[in-house]
Every structure is written in C-alpha cells, then in structure tokens.
Design a protein around this ligand. Structure first.
Ligand SMILES: Nc1ncnc2c1ncn2[C@@H]1O[C@H](COP(=O)(O)OP(=O)(O)OP(=O)(O)O)[C@@H](O)[C@H]1O
Ligand SMILES: [Mg+2]
Length: 331
C-alpha cells in the first residue's frame, strides 16, 4: 500500500518571546518553544493512525501542520506526493484539489458550526466553495445524501445547529467534512466532548464511513480506549517528539516505552485481566525548559546512565519504533 500522508523530520517552533522592547531593556534573548520536534511518520491509504499523549505534547500542532494551517519550521509534509506548505498557498488546479482532499473535524462542533446558518447551508458550504455542484436541485440532492451518510434526514437540514444534541452536531460536522469528497480526515479529539455512549456511536459511524468511502484518518485523542477502538497504528508523543510508533496490537499489547506503559497502566484494563489502575505519575516538564537527554527521564522508572545526557533516537525494536535506551538495553 502506498502512503497517502508523509511527514519527514517535521518540526514547529513558536517564538514566544516577550515584546521586543522588554527584551532589550532586560537584555533577554528571544524565547522559542519547540512544540513539535523531528516528527516523521506516514499513513497508508485507508488506514487510521492515532496520536496520543498528554496535553501540550504537540498533537494539535501536528494536525495543523498537516492541513497547512502552520508551515513547518523544518521538514516537510506531503499528501498524495504534494507538499502541503506549497499547496495551501497555490491557486492552481492541483493545489485546490489537494485542499479539497484534506479535511479536519474539531472537538467542539458547536464552536465550529455557524449558529446562524441552517444545517443544509453549513453542509453545502464546502461544495459551493470548491464549486463542485452549481445546479440548485443537484445541490439539494447532494446535501440530503450527505445528511443521510451521518444518519440525519433532509428535513434536519432546515434546522439550526442549536436544535441538535452534541452527538448530532458532531455528525453534522462530519457531513460537512465529507461534502468535498475528501480522502483524508484529520480528527482532533472529535468525540471527547461527548458522553461515552454517544462517543461510541460517533466512532462506529466514522469506522463505517471509512470502510464505505475508503477514507484515511489521522485520529487525535488523549483517550486510549477510544484510540484502541479506532486505530490501526498508534503514535505516542511526549514533549513534541514521537517516543513509540507502531501497530496498535504491538504498542498496546506489549508497550516498549516506559511512557506508553505509564499511559496504559492508568486506564481501565482493556483486556479485563483484573489488573489495578495506576495513575500517571509526575508532571509534564515545562516545554520552554525541557530536560536534557531523554525528555521523559525525570519521570521514568527505568532511567539509567545515558538517559539524562543523550537523547535516544527512534529505532525499530520488537516490531515497532521506540525511542528509549532502557527498552533496547534491558537490565
Ligand atoms: N500558536 C502557538 N503559539 C505558541 N505556543 C503554542 C502555539 N500552539 C501551541 N503552542 C504550544 O505548543 C505545545 C503543543 O501544543 P498542542 O496544542 O499541539 O498540544 P496538544 O497535544 O494538542 O495538547 P491538548 O491535548 O491539550 O490539545 C504546547 O506547549 C503549547 O502551549
Ligand atoms: Mg490539542
């Protein structure tokens, strides 16, 4: 299978310096925050890759880099072989086609759906923007079809977003995302604002749509049970870097990075073996002043000599990629 999405050594740095004048008076250098550092992965067509990790580890920044909302500070993002940073600026046919192919679904469907628009107009907007259908009757038919995909009716299109429940609103935003015939959907915490039972319905709907339409997903969540349900492969991020990346079964079934293990130990047991939960210990370090060596070392139960001096590279081990000295040199 060929990769639809390819990230090669992508980094994103934010300048978070105090205002220039304060800096000059206080003689301080500029301050940079490394939100994403040297991240590489690919997503095959039809596959779901999930990114997990604690708040602030860079998941949403990766999502924004992929859709082209941010330009990478280093490295490249390619979708279908085309550079995303070029495509977001371009106005030629290929650039427009690429923008149409990549769509994003956000966590809070209420904030991302215009409350003054009828649902039918919300769903029709991408079709109008990309000039996919211009005939009125054909447009109405297509909107009804899209609402049907997400188990809503054409009549629902006459209503406004506030007349729907949270789960229905999330389905409306899925219908809108599908309106431009995308191939790749980036879902940033799409169900985390929903009740557990509604979450499951939306996830199952997304899985069905993926199968029927051959969609490719990047799925971002801090909920490992959701990720276990939806993902084929999983990437675990810590302080802007991937620390473990591989097949869901390998990463969840036999985690090699101590951080992955810590996240997994904190959730109710997926295999129901009766194992007790252990809360995640310690705190994420300040990203403006990250620890030297492996960024996880201050919290790591397995740290040893090299860990606070050298940074482990991601390398293949036991059928997945892992960046950890202890995993590769068990003591
Ligand atoms: N526009 C920005 N300017 C400055 N810093 C930013 C900006 N966007 C993100 N950051 C910082 O980059 C880091 C990564 O943020 P990001 O939102 O990608 O994390 P996340 O993994 O999505 O977290 P969450 O789970 O809370 O959504 C954080 O330290 C954040 O404060
Ligand atoms: Mg986020």
């Amino acid at each position: 299978m060929s990769a639809l999405v390819e990230l090669a050594n992508v980094s994103k740095t934010f300048d978070v310096s105090p205002p220039w004048l304060n800096r000059v008076i206080e003689r301080k250098p500029p301050t940079y925050l490394h939100a994403v550092s040297d991240v590489s992965f690919s997503i095959a067509r039809g596959e779901t890759l999930a990114l997990v990790g604690e708040s602030g580890c860079g998941k949403s920044t990766v999502a924004r880099l992929i859709v082209g909302l941010y330009a990478p500070s280093a490295g490249s993002v390619r979708v279908d072989g085309q550079d995303m940073a070029v495509a977001v600026k371009g106005n030629d046919e290929a650039a427009r086609a690429l923008r149409r192919k990549v769509q994003m679904i956000f966590q809070d469907p209420y904030a991302s759906l215009n409350p003054r628009w009828r649902v039918a107009d919300i769903v029709a907007e991408p079709i109008r923007t990309h000039k996919l259908i211009t005939d009125r009757a054909a447009l109405d038919k297509r909107v009804a079809e899209l609402l049907g995909f997400v188990k809503l009716t054409a009549k629902d299109g006459e209503k406004y977003p506030h007349q729907f429940s949270g789960g229905q609103r999330q389905r409306i935003s899925i219908a809108r995302a599908l309106a431009s015939n995308p191939e790749f959907l980036i879902c940033d915490e799409p169900t985390s604002a929903l009740d557990v039972s509604v979450q499951a319905q939306v996830l199952n709907l997304m899985k069905d749509l993926q199968r029927e339409m051959g969609l490719t997903y990047l799925f971002i969540s801090h909920n490992l049970q959701v990720v276990h349900h939806i993902a084929d492969r999983v990437g675990v991020m810590y302080l802007g870097r991937l620390v473990e990346l591989g097949d869901k079964r390998a990463v969840f079934g036999d985690p090699q990075h101590p951080y992955t293990r810590m996240l997994l130990d904190a959730i109710p047991d997926l295999q129901m073996t009766g194992k007790a939960r252990t809360p995640v210990a310690g705190e994420v370090p300040n990203p403006l002043n990250p620890p030297s060596g492996c960024a996880f070392n201050p919290r790591c139960p397995k740290r040893f000599a090299p860990c606070d001096r050298e940074r482990p590279e991601l390398a293949t081990f036991k059928g997945r990629d892992v960046a950890c000295f202890a995993a590769r040199n068990p003591i």
